[in-house]
Design a protein around this ligand. Sequence first.
Ligand SMILES: [Zn+2]
Length: 371
Amino acid sequence: MRTFCFKLYKSEHNAKLHRQINAAGLTFNHCIALHKRYYKLFGKYLNQNKLKKHLTRLKKIAKFKYLSEFGSQAVQDVAERIDRAFDLFFGNIKRKVRCSPPKFKKVRRYKSFTLKQAGRKLDEETHTITINGQSYRYFQSRRISGKVKTVTVKSDSLGDIYVYFVTDAKNFEVETRTGKRVGFDFGLKKFLTASNGRDVVSPLFFAKNSVAIRSACKNLSRKRNGSNNRKRARLKLARLYKKSANQRHDFHFKLARRLCLEYDTICIEDLNLKGMQKLYGRKISDLGFGNFVNILKYEASKFGTIIREVGRYFASSQICGCCGEKNPQVKDLKIRQWICPNCGAEHDRDRNAAINILQAGLRQRPLRETP
Ligand SMILES: [Zn+2]
């Protein structure tokens, strides 16, 4: 499975898509309301099939005209989305994670709907997609490989619309067989510290963007509520956020690809992102380690690179990479360099951690090997 994302050209017809996305939002809220009512009446969870049948019946009532606005399969997909959300919720309850069931969303915050086979037609030659009877041109930046399974229409905070094609194409491109292995430690100053010394520094645009974002934020807060100026300032801020996200995304993909082409085994830490966020705040979200790991796994599946995650309770920074002695005195994050009391080896904190992660990863039986 692969996903291809393209932007639609700006057109007055795009308003139709925005209306359809809104209709999907209304449907979502209606389904949530049904779930709630059903639970109140019967004390049970509303089955997906029952909900779908009910939605089909509702369509005939004039009040629910919006249900037929964005395609019958897309309506069913909304029910499936809620079902997936409930699955997650029940799973969390089982694992005793604090959470709440899916709840109402503001319609303007609802951004997408998904079409399966019906209601869409794709013409790759002219870069046109027909959605519910209206055709739109998209900017095709690459060839689509495989057969398109679903199409998701999504709008972003700037009001641009993107189409996501999910195809059945195989991920595999070529196999990396260089015999090289590496361990990486994630960090704030250096994005990745490598066990072999080939580190990756954090790109500068993160810091640069944050200055611009701060000033745009300040600008927005000075504008009067409901004014056109405020609208403009809001868009400007959204554009900056979008740019920042795009840059990050691009950096992650290029880096992941490069690493997967170079190494055939990559060992990393299983990150405790929530904990890290509590410790370091926004900087962690800025760097987007979680996203990067997902992208790395995705790229690894293309090149046959094996990703091994070392458990989060493995004390990678306290163990001496030379003799294996644990030295709890260096737990304090401020200690950047230390000398092992057992064997006398000098260590750089992050480099030593990366070496330990590599060793622990290689010791691991390849349980969670990427296919
Ligand atoms: Zn030692």
